[in-house]
Ligand binder design. Structure first.
Ligand code: IPE
Ligand code: IPE
Ligand code: MG
Ligand code: MG
Length: 268
């Protein structure tokens, strides 16, 4: 997979937001920095910035929303790794938050990152803020549904993917487009791209985790549908997205094309 779009700018903005959060003191600030800064690919924030630029805005217009998306994503990972959830000891190549700071602090780090996300994006355009808030809720709904272990059929698994992973990508694309004061047609392109990319990203992630999932008997779309059908579906979605992006040129358009192409290459 490729690196985020304007990742250095986004990283600097995240660091500044953390420094400017007056309600937070050490050592909580350092613990938030450990979980938020350095290490993430910044794809959600990157998608937000790229869609803003694609539709004529500047990265600065979308930076608060991009920061909010990365904060919500970082919080979701801290909670996802908890012993009561996936019980993962490492994240982004480092000990997980609960291993390093203890379980109670990890819960609070997640809470703080989510609150900070809504604080930093409070003055962004209404449509973008609403998309991010909806996605934050849908992500939790997806994690909840997955935790119930109820879904084994393809339709339910697709819905869980759309919620737990797809929603934040959908919101990234849509909120970035709105930061550029997009037209309804442009908002539609962002919606299609964001939802399709979210799906493809989770399938690519399943492909990477295949051996581990098979070993512990976890049902994923990959185990239920099989790689051949999923790879064919991924190629169709890629074609559809490339068609949509055809009229667009420039740095953001190139990045959006390459991102989805590289992701589909991982589905085999
Ligand atoms: C990991 O997402 C969680 C999933 C939704 C599968 P990323 O792979 O984008 O995580 P970072 O931000 O780059 O660490
Ligand atoms: C994480 O999904 C999705 C969210 C945190 C919303 P996974 O549990 O499949 O991702 P990894 O494998 O821990 O990164
Ligand atoms: Mg999980
Ligand atoms: Mg996990």
């Amino acid at each position: 997979m490729i690196a985020g779009y304007r990742a250095a700018e986004l990283e600097a903005a995240l660091e500044t937001e953390l420094q400017n959060a007056a309600a937070i003191a050490e050592p909580l600030r350092a613990q938030l920095a450990y979980c938020l800064l350095g290490g993430g690919k910044r794809l959600r924030g990157g998608l937000c910035l790229a869609f803003c630029e694609l539709f004529g805005g500047s990265a600065a217009d979308a930076l608060p929303l991009a920061c909010a998306l990365e904060m919500i994503h970082a919080y979701s990972l801290v909670h996802d790794d908890l012993p009561c959830m996936d019980d993962d000891a490492t994240r982004r190549g480092k000990p997980s938050a609960h291993v390093f700071f203890g379980e109670a602090n990890a819960i609070l780090i997640g809470d703080a990152l989510q609150a900070l996300a809504f604080s930093v994006s409070a003055h962004a355009r209404e449509e973008g803020r609403q998309a991010v808030a909806d996605a934050a809720l849908r992500m939790v709904a997806g994690q909840f549904a997955e935790g119930m272990h109820a879904a084994q059929d393809p339709a339910s698994l697709r819905e869980i993917y759309a919620q737990k992973t797809g929603a934040l990508y959908w919101a990234a694309a849509v909120s970035g487009a709105h930061a550029a004061r997009c037209t309804p047609e442009q908002a539609h392109i962002a919606e299609i791209y964001g939802s399709a990319f979210g799906f493809l990203f989770q399938i690519a992630d399943d492909c990477m985790d295949r051996a581990q999932d098979e070993q512990c008997g976890k049902q994923t779309l990959l185990t239920v549908i099989g790689i051949d059908k999923l790879a064919a579906e991924a190629r169709d979605k890629l074609e559809e997205i490339l068609q949509l992006l055809q009229p667009y040129h420039g740095e953001a358009a190139v990045w959006l094309r390459v991102l989805i192409e590289k992701t589909v290459e991982c589905i085999h």
